[in-house]
Ligand binder design. Structure first.
Ligand code: ATP
Ligand code: MG
Length: 904
């Protein structure tokens, strides 16, 4: 039986032998393409070629593409686990012709590979072609139909024609498109899920489970314009997609994709973790949970590896939904604690040798998954209870619908994505009121928006002019003309600027840097004969630079000439920005290439850099990173910034930020090459529009002041350079000088000395504790003696005397002990409370009933020691000034008690 690995190689080798170049899969998170959340087909990375925007590097290509179909046009989430061949994550094997061969070869080769190389029985196979479409004025794809019978051995009655929905492929509403032709396989009547539905007939595109599409051959030969009109393309393309998991399942002779070596190791591990058995039955609840978790694991590992992290919007929310869905299915397998992160290694075991990136980032991925599982786990069980209540309620109602309020509450308080609630509802044959849910969501968004509204400017982009701002790269000062200004809700390009408070000035040209790419906006001054304007921040809306701030003096008029001067902070910002690039390079040198930038902040005070890494850096790692950066600073190499086409920059290996959108022209900042035309020699190359120093040496120094975690799998480093570093070090040095002075030791001995002090302190504290325990024991012994020797009036002990106690607590514990032992007692103790004389009196309840009161006793005797006090009849205390009179007070107390008790 061939392994999945073998099958993948068969495919690639087959097309390599036919002149195709192997192009590695593009990341599942598309770089520089915001129109798509995740790669969903092999053609994604070649899109610009079909659109005529870029030229292909080769005429024939082959690849195996990582795909995710959980959002947008292609969403197979609902199918997962219920059928045997739709996954969220899957591999698409494909071959391409860029204006080279066309339908004949595409059809012939596909058939040859499937039937000859892999030996699939041709009696199980069917072919589909496009039947034509009247509205589009297209005839049947006779060419393809003819070719099937001409270049393959398939019989004519097995080539069927289908309509636009199934057999015409388009990238979007406009652009390249064309008919397609598939190879489908008959899995046998047993696989039909509708066998028992009267009148059901299995068809190739009926989705009943009997026929499975294996391979889609797309013939891109038209372009659709804005009016929907089709014109033939000059260049024609072949774009094919063969489902890897599906072909593996056929060649391994399994009844389900999940039974292949692509999934079974994951399912086996899950079986070990849950101590449950997987029995491979469709429609079985527990088996279904196995399939969903295994499928979702692969999706999470690949998506997180390629840069998506769970969050509340966009790509991140898709990942969060997958994870939460899987966690909920985990509950059905009895898993109430985080468990999925433990499955990362087995996914890596299955696919890590083909997609090395998942092996490289496995630790990071499992940290992210574990932390998400933990946070959702806290509310999931409670959420399920809430859902069950809501479902019971819905079952009793006529509409059989979970209310929008309940769905929203589950979302908002318990973190249930809407599709999870829907899925759970479907399982109980219920619906969810999504309109109601959306309404509540919108209300919440509105509230958030209202809360967020600050002093920022609201102007329509279209109104704003373009500012020429390239001067920011070479100068700190420039002569400009005022062209307009904006205040909180308006834009004006005429007259005098009449505004108090915060406004934004727009110039025809500027040297101010507007906030972007983590670098803060510049501050500075704009002045003319008539006014001085303090710029507090600079931002950009579309291509218009807005200098935000206030007038310090006078005002300007539109059209007036002004001088714009950037504050000196700019120098510090440049140092920090270049240092950020050095830091990223040094981190990759130290920790490996899996370190990816997640964000940064470059300002005049410090720099901050966020990156993916699963755990805290060790002291050695931090030292190494610092040393590498400092070494480079000492070498004082130049920095070269150049604008070039994006693909050229990519080829240079310049690092881009994940998820950042770049135009066709990008600016590359390269460090470490003297030769401007040999940027490839530079050790650091990044896509970057920021301002930088000219030579690294001027950074002056570098130190990491903090390393911390900001979210699962993401660390943050804060560092200093230049003057701020000098200030920091000076301050530290002063602190040390002061410490030396106080402790009277030279700086070298400080650490020893402080350690010693801490040790001594610990020892003394311990001694003190045991000493006070000691006295506590003594006090109890004294009290016991007083009790033994005390005078008795009938059953009542009159215990009066001095204790060596040093606190009220000690005296109280003595009283408690005496009370317990004596049953009936009147007690008065004299002692020192923190060096002051004190008295404590107590009376058992039986005596209180007879009219004896501790408070009365204390009140009567406290004046003797020049003090006062009080309390309750059961217990009272007093403090005084005269320690010599304690015995007098005690004698008086004894007298009082005796007279009270004998007269009672
Ligand atoms: P289907 O009709 O089975 O959903 P499709 O028409 O959506 O397939 P294409 O978009 O043409 O498929 O993708 C090309 C190939 O990728 C398919 O022929 C199939 O083998 C495979 N494929 C598509 N979707 C999935 C999926 N969700 N899981 C696994 N393989 C898939
Ligand atoms: Mg599909």
């Amino acid at each position: 039986m061939p392994t999945a690995k073998q099958i993948r190689s068969d495919f690639i080798d087959f097309f390599r032998d036919r002149g195709h170049e192997f192009i590695p899969s593009s990341p599942i998170v598309p770089v520089g393409d915001d129109t798509l959340l995740f790669a969903n087909a092999g053609m994604n990375q070649f899109k610009d070629i079909f659109l005529g925007l870029s030229a292909p590097d080769c005429r024939r290509a082959v690849n195996s593409q990582k795909c995710l179909r959980v959002s947008g046009k292609h969403n197979d989430l609902e199918e997962v686990g219920k059928d045997t061949y739709h996954h969220t994550f899957f591999e698409m094997l494909g071959n391409w012709s860029f204006d080279d061969y066309f339908k004949a070869e595409a059809i012939e080769w596909a058939w040859e590979l499937v039937t000859k190389v892999w030996g699939i029985d041709q009696d199980r196979l069917w072919a589909r072609v496009f039947e034509g479409d009247e509205t589009d004025g297209l005839d049947k794809d006779e060419e393809a139909a003819r070719l099937w019978t001409k270049v393959t051995s398939i019989s004519a009655d097995r080539v069927l024609a289908f309509g636009k929905k199934d057999n015409f492929w388009a990238m979007g509403d406009t652009g390249p498109c064309g008919p397609c032709s598939e190879i489908d396989i008959d899995l046998g009547p047993d696989m039909c899920s509708m066998q028992h539905v009267p009148g059901h007939k299995c068809t190739l595109t009926g989705n009943c489970g009997r026929f499975m599409e294996l391979w889609n051959l797309v013939f891109i030969q038209y372009n659709r314009d804005e009016d929907g009109k089709l014109t033939p393309l000059k260049a024609k393309y072949i774009d094919t997609g063969l489902g890897m998991e599906r072909i593996v399942r056929v060649l391994q002779n399994k009844k389900s994709n999940y039974d292949t070596d692509l999934f079974m190791p994951i399912i086996d591990s899950l079986s070990d973790l849950t101590s449950r058995k997987y029995t491979s039955r469709l429609g079985n609840k527990s088996d279904n949970a196995f399939r969903v978790v295994a499928d979702h694991m692969r999706a999470m590992v690949f998506a997180i590896t390629d840069g998506a992290t769970p969050s509340n919007e966009g790509r991140g929310y898709v990942i969060r939904r997958i994870l939460r869905r899987a966690a909920r299915f985990g509950r059905e397998l009895g898993m109430h604690e985080p468990f999925m992160y433990k499955l990362v290694p087995v996914v890596v075991e299955c696919l890590g040798d083909v997609f090395g990136e998942i092996a490289e980032r496995a630790e990071y991925v499992s940290t992210v998954i574990q932390s998400e599982e933990q946070s959702f786990g806290r509310t999931l069980d409670r959420g399920i209870e809430i859902f069950n209540d809501a479902a019971e309620h819905a079952e009793k109602s006529a509409q059989k619908t979970i209310s929008g309020e309940d769905a929203f509450r589950l979302y908002d308080t318990y973190g249930f994505p809407l599709d999870l609630t829907q899925l759970m509802a479907t399982e109980r044959s219920l619906e969810v009121d999504t309109t109601g849910f959306e309404k509540l969501m919108n209300e919440q968004r509105e509230r958030a928006r209202a809360a967020q509204k600050s002093a920022t400017f609201t102007v329509a982009d279209a109104e704003l002019p373009l500012t020429e701002d390239l001067h920011k790269y070479h100068t700190d000062q420039c002569e400009s003309t005022i062209i307009s200004w904006v205040k909180s809700q308006g834009y004006s390009n005429q007259g005098r600027i009449e505004a108090a408070g915060n406004i934004g000035i727009v110039l025809d040209r500027t040297c101010f840097y507007a906030e972007a790419g983590g670098q803060v906006g510049d501050c500075g001054l704009i002045e003319s004969e008539h006014g001085r304007f303090i710029v507090e921040d600079t931002t950009k809306i579309a291509n218009c630079v807005i200098h935000q701030g206030k007038f310090a003096e006078g005002t300007f008029t539109v059209g007036e000439k002004v001088t714009a001067t950037v504050s000196k902070d700019r120098n510090a910002i440049k140092k920090n920005h270049t240092a950020t690039h050095l830091l990223q390079w040094a981190l990759q040198q130290t920790l490996g290439k899996s370190v990816a930038q997640q964000g940064s902040l470059v300002g005049p005070q410090y720099l901050r850099f966020d990156f993916t890494w699963p755990k805290a850096l060790t002291v050695e790692q931090i030292k190494k990173v610092e040393a590498l950066v400092r070494e480079k600073i000492a070498e004082d190499e130049p920095i070269v910034c150049r604008v070039m086409p994006r693909d050229k920059a990519e080829k240079l290996g310049a690092m881009a930020l994940f998820g950042e959108k770049y135009g066709s022209e990008v600016r590359v900042v390269a460090i470490g090459t003297k030769n401007k035309s040999h940027l490839d020699e530079a050790f650091s190359k990044e896509f970057c529009g920021g301002t930088h120093v000219e030579r690294i040496g001027s950074i002056g120094g570098f130190k990491i002041t903090k390393e911390e975690s900001i979210s699962a799998g993401v660390r943050r480093i804060t560092a200093l350079t230049g003057e701020k570093l000098t200030e920091f070090l000076e301050k530290r040095s002063e602190i040390i000088d002061e410490l030396c002075e106080t402790l009277k030791v030279p700086a070298e001995d400080l650490i020893d000395r402080v350690e010693k002090l801490i040790k001594e302190n610990k020892k003394l504290t311990k001694q003190l504790k045991s000493a006070s325990k000691q006295t506590g024991v003594d006090v109890l012994a004294e009290a016991k003696k007083l009790l033994e020797k005390c005078e008795k009036l009938g059953e009542t002990s009159v215990v009066v005397g001095r204790l060596s106690a040093t606190s009220v607590e000690q005296a109280r514990s003595a009283v408690d002990m005496v009370k317990k032992k004596a049953k009936s007692a009147a007690i008065v103790f004299g002692f020192d409370d923190d060096e002051k004389p004190a008295l404590l009196a107590a009376v058992t309840d039986d005596l209180v009933k007879k009219g004896l009161s501790a408070a009365d006793i204390v009140k009567a005797i406290a004046p003797i020691i020049d003090g006062g006090g009080g309390g309750r009849p059961q217990m009272a205390q007093a403090g005084g000034q005269n320690p010599e009179k304690i015995n007098d007070a005690l004698n008086k107390a004894a007298e009082l008690i005796k007279s009270k008790l004998t007269n009672a």
